[in-house]
Design a protein. Structure first.
Length: 280
């Protein structure tokens, strides 16, 4: 589940599709929006800490270091600066790749473990649904390592279906989340910003060679720009969701659509049917 633009309803679609499928299948839902995970606002699962996510950060032994500058030359993130008699480490820029440690000819670089965030898991299952979320620690900037760890867990999950709720945008965390997935639902809205970011997201999934379909949310609020794009490019339109006050009321109260209002079972049943059509 992805969207170039935030606020299009991506999480709502992910949560309710997971709940719909879990009525007859074992489903695992992963919230990869680690900066602001909010799937559980609607699931209300009891979460337990599953694992910490750490990366290595370099520590320089100035007594051994020859200040040759090789580590700084190799670091593509500019996390190291070598002066005449000192090496400066900019930890907030370090991606924890370990190249400086391996390359140091004097073996003057050691590593310390730095916690980026945590992964939490639902305690038990809810209607055949197991839930995982990642949470980036306050003040940290690197979301991708947490998403990478969540993906490792997802690929080892024994559930019949794995649903990933990605962060908005089209940068490194999204690319990490999309990699090696079978199908992507791109959620958008009929606004200029919605169309602009949808085009970027489409180009991204095409480059990654991932099959996709589009959900047009709040389809009757804007204009027909999304329908025009779909028709012009022959994209797969999976579902159109009109603006609905009842959905907003449930959303504001932290309630899912599935299990609350019966008519939405048909909506998500149709969505799942269309996904299967496109995949096969």
């Amino acid at each position: 589940m992805a969207s170039g633009k935030g606020g299009t309803g991506k999480t709502t679609i992910a949560v309710n599709l997971a709940l719909h499928l879990s009525k007859s299948h074992h489903v695992a839902l992963f919230d990869l929006d680690v900066e602001e995970p909010n799937c559980n606002h609607f699931l209300h699962c009891e979460l337990i800490q599953y694992q910490e996510v750490n990366i290595p950060r370099p520590i320089i032994d100035e007594f051994i270091c020859s200040h040759c500058g090789l580590c700084a030359d190799l670091c593509e993130f500019n996390a190291l600066a070598v002066l005449f008699n000192q090496v400066m480490v900019f930890e907030e820029l370090c991606h924890g790749c370990g190249l400086c440690t391996m390359a140091c000819p004097e073996e003057a670089i050691k590593e310390k473990s730095h916690q980026l965030g945590v992964i939490r898991r639902s305690e038990g299952s809810k209607n055949n649904l197991v839930f995982y979320e990642g949470k980036l620690n306050v003040g940290e900037a690197l979301a991708t390592p947490i998403i990478r760890e969540l993906k490792k867990i997802a690929f080892n999950e024994k559930s019949e279906f794995i649903i990933l709720d990605l962060p908005p945008g089209s940068d490194c965390p999204v690319i990490e989340g999309l990699s090696k997935t079978d199908f992507t639902i791109l959620v958008t809205e009929p606004t200029p910003a919605g169309e602009h970011d949808l085009r970027i997201a489409i180009n991204l999934v095409k480059q990654l060679e991932i099959s996709f379909g589009i959900v047009n949310n709040r389809s009757d609020v804007g204009d027909d720009r999304i329908n025009h794009l779909v028709k012009e490019k022959a994209y797969e339109l999976l579902l159109e969701i009109p603006h609905d006050k009842e959905i907003l009321q449930l959303y504001s109260n932290g309630l899912p659509l599935i299990g609350t209002i019966a008519r939405f079972d048909t909506v998500y049943s149709n969505l799942w049917f269309r996904i299967q059509e496109v995949i096969h």
